[in-house]
Write a protein that binds this ligand. Structure first.
Ligand SMILES: [Zn+2]
Length: 284
């Protein structure tokens, strides 16, 4: 009996530890990139390989290693498990600046621009995630989602990309899976619901990048986030992602897949119920 149990345990562990089946960045490429950075950066920067990323930080080595394990490895394992078998296209370097002063000065120095957010941002053209890590790891996980989405679901519309990134800004582990929690985006969403200012889901899901980002009344990220939060809480998110990913050519906005996941034809009626549900959520 004990041997059977041991074998089962071994098999279970082997399954859990099996590498994801997608495209992986070779370790040698990560080592080459890490060596380049170590050789060229000033000595206060510490370089850590945390596949599929290379991390650079100007805090103490133990602090940089702590972010590498506690945030990056933690999220990579779970994002791979539920969504993203492929590594990002090319090596993204994660820059972790340990003070607001360092973040502002070094963003200018290394990237020739001012930070576009006080928390952190992704510079796709430079394959860089640039973070003011003193503000916490939430923005880092958000940007990691985008790095993976590009190589795993390139047809993904902006609402889903930003909704999933935003969902995991505030997250925790549940049975080995990443689970989004309510966060700071809730209050503004509840105000917009009360003021009847939200667009219908059909409109949100069909938005181009320009419409989503530039014509945002401040609610697009939150509306997308809490739609995905609803799917998560009803146990529908993983299945929705699979069906959307596999059927995106026929349903590029996801609206038909959403109707199917919810079992609802009338998304207007669903939205009224969803809004009432969101109004009862709390944060903190
Ligand atoms: Zn984003």
């Amino acid at each position: 009996m004990r041997r059977v149990l041991a074998t089962l345990l071994f098999l279970a562990m082997a399954v859990c530890a099996a590498p994801a089946a997608g495209d992986q960045i070779p370790r040698a490429d990560l080592e080459r990139r890490a060596a380049e950075l170590s050789n060229t950066l000033p000595s206060q920067f510490h370089v850590v390989i945390e596949p599929p990323f290379v991390i650079v930080g100007d805090q103490e080595p133990a602090a940089v290693a702590g972010h590498a394990e506690g945030t990056v490895r933690w999220a990579v394992e779970r994002l791979r498990r539920d969504y993203f078998p492929n590594d990002p296209n090319g090596i993204f370097t994660i820059w972790l600046f340990g003070s607001t002063e360092s973040y502002e000065r070094n963003t200018e120095k290394f990237f020739g621009q001012k930070p576009i957010s006080p928390y952190g941002f992704c510079l796709n053209s430079r394959r860089a995630l640039v973070m003011n890590i003193t503000t916490g790891g939430g923005t880092l996980v958000h940007e990691m989602v985008h790095a993976f989405m590009e190589s795993n679901f390139p047809e993904c519309p902006v609402w889903f990309n930003e909704g999933l990134g935003s969902l995991y800004e505030q997250s925790q582990n549940r049975d080995g899976h990443i689970i989004g929690l309510t966060n700071w985006r809730l209050a503004g969403l509840q105000r917009a619901i009360t003021a009847k200012q939200l667009p219908p889901f059909e409109t949100l899901l069909a938005m181009s990048a320009t419409e989503f980002y530039d014509k945002d009344k401040g609610t697009n990220y939150a509306q997308a986030r809490y739609l995905l939060y609803y799917l998560q809480e009803k146990g529908l998110l993983a299945g929705f992602y699979r069906d959307f990913h596999d059927g995106v050519k026929k349903d590029p906005t996801g609206v038909a897949t959403l109707r199917k996941a919810l079992g609802r034809e009338d998304l207007g009626a669903f939205q009224r119920e969803w809004e009432a549900w969101v109004l009862k959520l709390t944060f903190p």
